[in-house]
Design a protein around this ligand. Sequence first.
Ligand code: PLP
Length: 452
Amino acid sequence: LGMIGEVEPRIAQATRQELTDQRGSLKLIASENYASLPVLATMGTWLSDKYAEGTVGHRFYAGCQNVDTVETVAAEHARELFGAEYAYVQPHSGIDANLTAYWAILANRVETPALSEFGVRGVADLSEQDWETLRHRFGDQRLLGMSLDAGGHLTHGFRPNVSGKMFHQRSYGTDPETQLLDYDALAAQAREFKPLIIVAGYSAYPRRVNFAKMREIADSVGAVLMVDMAHFAGLVAGKVFTGEEDPVPYAHVVTTTTHKSLRGPRGGMVLATEEFAPSVDRGCPLVLGGPLSHVMAAKAVALAEARTEAFRTYAQNVADNAKALAEGLLTRGVNLVTGGTDNHIVLMDVGSFGITGRQAEAALLESGIVTNRNSVPNDPNGAWYTSGVRLGTPALTSRGFTTSDMDAVADLIAGVLKHTVPTTTAKGEPSKAKYDLSADARQTSLDGAAAL
Ligand code: PLP
């Protein structure tokens, strides 16, 4: 940091402060973690300086022999860790991984007309009408993904995202009573909608998914099953999710981030069956440019870590800690979506405290607890204010927290929620953003968070 400070002190200071903030508060953001020092150190090397567009042994630049080694080792660890037939480790993020997967599936399943069909010799000769025909061929494809308020991700067909624009899209939700996935309803929706792709996976669903059932539904309508395991990849890697809860044996294509429960560098990956491997392998130039060689190297290091017995213990602890956190909150009167958890996520519905997710998030933050607000199914407060707060245990588990620590964390959270009230607006109505938090409750939580 001293070296960085000599060039740009503000960056050194912000980086130092980030360490203080991350270590000095309770990090309960379900998508965050603490990568190991070997992973962090691997990202800070001269591998960053190398261009390597293309694939291993087939690059558009000279001198890529070391990046070839890096990419080969990372892909090998990914294949062996997850039991996948093929792994593509170039995507820079989860969004890139999903885009790569979508285009690879389209390339695999949607026949692209040969230029000769249009009677032209080159793309430049295509008429407006020809382009319309091409656009129609791709633009008419259908995608069925989990809705945002049920816990899906914006890349699963949410309209403001490119996935919602490139596909004719519909989403599936959860059962209004149980808030759980309803496989029969999903099967009926798939029969009616006939999607090309069904996306399974989530960002805010606190339960496990039966991927064997998902595949059965996809097969029943001839759809491709794509699973986005960005959130729970660590639980798959650590063999907490096995059998029908492991997406890899059932999905045609699996995408993931590497920085959430998997505890690697920020990045993405695509796993695929042999059938889809050749089209995924064209991620560059289809969607990507030069891969981040230093990040691929850090993925290799993180994946090597994830293959150890210690990581399996970690993954089991993540799930056990989530259960303990959920039980601690339930016994203190906090409502949870689906009534609990069996993965790494706990989704609180804070509506019964008379506050919004936004107020709860802010009150918790000033009490030393970092979370994010999140919609609950059919949220009356919409996606901005929300009625929910999402919690996750991957980061605190990396810090060595145990189930009894999680009970103490639940106590702090419940204490803050119980002492937060909305202030009133000029019209005398409860505000959705402003709130009062008792100073005692805040101090108790700050002291408790520091002690943990
Ligand atoms: N997929 C899921 C399920 C996610 O939860 C996220 C991130 O929150 C992503 C994809 C996108 O990952 P990234 O932020 O790396 O683009």
